[in-house]
Design a protein around this ligand. Sequence first.
Ligand code: PLP
Length: 437
Amino acid sequence: MTLDAFETTGSSPGTGDPDPSAPGGPPPSAAIPDAASAGESLYTDIIHGGLQPDPATGAILTPIYQSTTFVQEAVGVHKGFTYSRAGNPTVAALERNLGQIEGTPPALCFATGMAAISTLFLGHLRAGDHVVVSDVVYGGTVRLLRQVLEGFGVEASFVDTSNADNVAAAIGPRTRLVFIESPANPTLKLTDVAAVAEITRQSGTLLVVDNTFLTSVLQDAFGLGADVVIYSTTKYIEGHNSTVGGALLARDEKLLERLRLVQATVGVAQSPFEAWLTLRGLKTLPMRLARHSANALRVAEWLEAHPGVTRVAYPWLDSFPQAELARRQQRSGGGMVTFEVEGGTAPALELMRSLRLCSLAENLGAVETLVTHSASMTHAALTAEEREALGIGDGLIRLSVGLEEPADIIADLQQALETALTGVEAAVATAHAGGAR
Ligand SMILES: Cc1ncc(COP(=O)(O)O)c(C=O)c1O
């Protein structure tokens, strides 16, 4: 897949962009590559890879084969499908498409992202095995390891993988797998994927990258050395808040065969309708990601300049502690921004309550702008102390910047910030007045 299209996506800070919230500011579409400059195969693979018109009818889109079972000519004589828990033509089309995009054999597609992660762990690990995991990862992955797999004798070490030396130090004789997320949910902390891949190669450990936040369009995880790539297709890949789903890709056919057996046995395959919606959403992934990134950069720059915002994390900002690494391994900043407001938790909660255009909801990577309170929503499984140590404070707001007009997103944030900060000032004044009485 040719990916040059994204190397220039998003402006760097200091390019002299006018106030993005001002009417008539430059349209974010300026950062979206046109098809001619995008590299043919990126768009072509995503739209056509592994797909062909329906042989029975000529339908240009793969039909939804909503069928439990497939009639066999004789015992053992069939057209490749027997029962939809083990395989379905619509799901298989999505699996071929994703494989072609990544340059791997067909993917395995699952009912959810967590089903993909669970199948990998169940299929590759045994009692007594050890895994090394990024200390900041999606809360469900932590829950799976601590509250489910620990009981089956799998031990996990959560380490700060942003320093590759920590990975090397944590790998022991029983370590079978290193699992990283970069950027991490929700702090956006990065891990140097190539540096960790060097370590896992030497130790013979499987490197798994959860590439949900960027997808291969913005971060070529296999090119950087991953052995397995995981997606929650619920996010950018489907992109329209319509489905939940997951995918797993690998080059090793033997590993894929083992995982396909576990998937069919446990019963966690994707459904044909969800697969069809995902196939449809996927066709516009590069265009959506370009605009998500351009919008997110505009919003992050605006937030950074706001006096009521104390901290903004976005990999394409110069102030981002790992900005150099971001530009080395990513093609743009992606659509996720996190920030904290003056006064901490109370104004953060008030801000989220006051939004009108942006929605307070648990998901990311879709066309609508969503805000999430990570401490109480996606990362509630961690203790308050653990969250604080990882930088997931109670005042942290995670913003999945959508595809709306960025000036409208900014105007909504502006009015919500004003409400939130005024509310805090009023509370402080009341407290002072009460104290004086
Ligand atoms: C990075 C990441 N990985 C995996 C998952 C799990 O995916 P799903 O919700 O589709 O099970 C999520 C969900 O938010 C996520 O953000």
